[in-house]
Write a protein that binds this ligand. Structure first.
Ligand SMILES: Cc1cc2nc3c(=O)[nH]c(=O)nc-3n(C[C@H](O)[C@H](O)[C@H](O)COP(=O)(O)O)c2cc1C
Length: 197
């Protein structure tokens, strides 16, 4: 998908207040996934985009634990909470985004979460450009995930992201069908504090 135009279906729900690339409007987080594999070239382009995110001292604290085989996906399913599992079980790729909290150069890295958030943003936008959808989830058992995936304590666990091709709304349970639409945003003037807070 090119970023040339806002997708008409999405435009019904979202209008930018200022001129921005349609890419930012077109990315959203659906829950319906097709049972369709993501080719390696496309999947790795998504992580490649995240690789180029900026970070304090260029530490690049983000790491991605990726599941795309049946066995690895089942491991992820074991720690995702039921409300999310109902829809994300169909996603062909799940990735846990984590970040290294400490670094040899700076000790405690106060920017690890900030920087990893930027990497997630790049990842999700590149996915959208490639015709994929992403859906991040905080609803998973972090302690269980740490154990199941052997993640050392010096890494913070942030979100599991489902990656794949968008499915039909009608494939979802009825309660989720109602929520399957792009969300709005508050007006920009409620976010910007000019001069001081
Ligand atoms: C850190 C984080 C945690 C989230 N956790 C969940 C979750 O557990 N379940 C879910 O369905 N959506 C989850 N979301 C998705 C958000 O609800 C969604 O991104 C937000 O409503 C904005 O919608 P959009 O991504 O479609 O623009 C999460 C998003 C983020 C960034």
């Amino acid at each position: 998908m090119s970023s040339a135009k806002v997708v008409p279906e999405i435009e019904k729900y979202r209008k930018a207040g200022y001129d921005i690339d349609p890419l930012f409007i077109n990315r959203w987080s659906p829950r319906s996934f097709l049972d369709k594999a993501v080719p390696d070239e496309i999947l790795f382009s998504v992580f490649e985009a995240a690789r180029w995110a900026p970070s304090a001292l260029n530490i690049q604290p983000w790491r991605f634990v990726v599941a795309r085989t049946k066995d690895d996906l089942e491991k992820f399913h074991s720690f995702i909470l039921p409300g999310n599992l109902t829809w994300c079980e169909k996603a062909p790729v799940l990735t846990l985004i984590i970040s290294e909290k400490t670094d040899d150069k700076m000790g405690e890295n106060a920017a690890h979460a900030f920087d990893t958030g930027a990497a997630w943003g790049y990842l999700s936008l590149q996915a959208s450009l490639k015709g994929l959808v992403t859906h991040p989830m905080g609803g998973f058992d972090k302690e269980k995930a740490r154990k199941v995936l052997n993640i050392p304590d010096k890494y913070a666990l942030h979100a599991v992201v489902a990656i794949g091709y968008q499915g039909q709304k009608s494939a979802l349970p009825v309660n989720l069908q109602e929520r399957e639409q792009p969300s709005p945003r508050r007006p920009l003037d409620e976010t910007i504090h000019e001069g001081s807070f």
